[in-house]
Design a protein around this ligand. Structure first.
Ligand code: RIB
Ligand code: CA
Length: 320
């Protein structure tokens, strides 16, 4: 069978513990995923902190790709880092080796435009936003000529049955709802890896402890990060630590691992209780309730999800 060409990928992130695991998957599956660039956006921590984390992670993982720093705050709203979940460094209390790497000189929005338009005309790119959508919204608004070159946006965000930053909204969408609205209405094929699925995947305490103490050069860092994440408010009483952002890459690699639904989704850009809510219209009798979003609704095989993650970590240790 003909070897499928690797998928062109750009990850827009706010590392962030689960962002770090997503980058690790990009490194572990580099035979199937061609990571063109990493861009950063303020979210889990400040822009400076998440950019430093992205640079150090790229070095640790052997990802020799440019890192471009983007927006330091949302389009309209006040910025609100989630330091209490991802800790003072943004990677829990894990301190990675300083890479000495520097970000690209261009802002991420301009860097994205240049990178996408520089692709061979027959090639497209899959964007994987796993933080607030500020960079992506500005890219699409400032440079609409990139839209035909973006084959797919596979994002971590939202949820059609409640939130985590508030009862109604997931953090990435809540942090910049106007940006999310611009992305959801851009007319580009969109997959929403929301909490409905991401809260079903993840690793157990023994599995995290095994990473932390198993002797692997790379996985020890991830075990340390995930151990902190496990002790955070959201997960300290759960048996599994959700690794939200990793779900985007797992979907791209193993789509059959997930159940999905094609639904119209609207982002609430109001104030108050439902700010940032991703409202799915499930009134199936509607002929045209608006453009459909591929919504991940379930992880069909959580054990397989774990096996893939742990195997990826083991392969990174072997390559270290
Ligand atoms: O709600 C989970 C999302 O918010 C993840 O992307 C996590 O990294 C945080 O940014
Ligand atoms: Ca993130």
């Amino acid at each position: 069978m003909e070897q499928q060409k690797p998928l062109n990928l750009i990850i827009d992130c706010d590392p962030g513990v689960d962002d770090a695991v997503a980058l690790a998957l990009a490194a572990a599956f580099r035979d199937r995923l061609r990571l063109l660039a990493i861009t950063t956006v303020a979210g889990n921590q400040t822009l400076e902190r998440v950019t430093a984390n992205a640079l150090n992670l790229s070095a640790l993982l052997g990802l020799d790709v440019p890192v471009a720093s983007g927006c330091a705050e949302p389009l309209v709203r006040e910025k609100a880092p989630a330091a209490d979940i991802h800790g003072p460094t943004g990677l829990g209390d894990c301190r990675l080796p300083e890479s000495g790497r520097r970000p690209a000189s261009d802002n991420a929005v301009l860097f994205l435009q240049n990178t996408i338009l520089s692709l061979p005309p027959e090639e497209g790119v899959t964007l994987v936003p796993i933080g607030p959508l500020t960079n992506i919204a500005l890219l699409l608004k400032a440079f609409p000529e990139v839209k035909p070159r973006i084959s797919h946006i596979c994002l971590m965000g939202g949820g059609i049955n409640g939130g985590n930053r508030t009862a109604a909204a997931e953090f990435n969408i809540w942090a910049d709802p106007e940006a999310a609205h611009m992305v959801f209405t851009a007319g580009i094929p969109l997959t929403m890896c929301g909490l409905d699925a991401t809260m079903q995947g993840g690793l157990t305490r023994p599995q995290v402890e095994g990473l932390r103490t198993g002797g692997g050069k790379v996985s020890a860092y991830f075990g340390e990060m995930l151990d902190f994440y496990f002790r955070s408010l959201n997960y300290r009483n759960r048996d599994v630590v959700a690794i939200h952002d990793a779900t985007t890459l797992l979907y791209l690699l193993y789509p059959d691992l997930f159940a999905t639904a094609q639904l119209p989704v609207t982002v609430d850009c109001g104030e108050g209780l439902t700010r940032g809510m991703t409202l799915a219209d499930r009134r199936s009798f509607l002929e045209d309730g608006g453009p459909r979003v591929t919504v991940l609704t379930d992880v069909k095989d959580p054990q397989r999800y774990q096996e893939i993650l742990l195997d990826a970590m083991a392969r990174l240790d072997q390559g270290a």
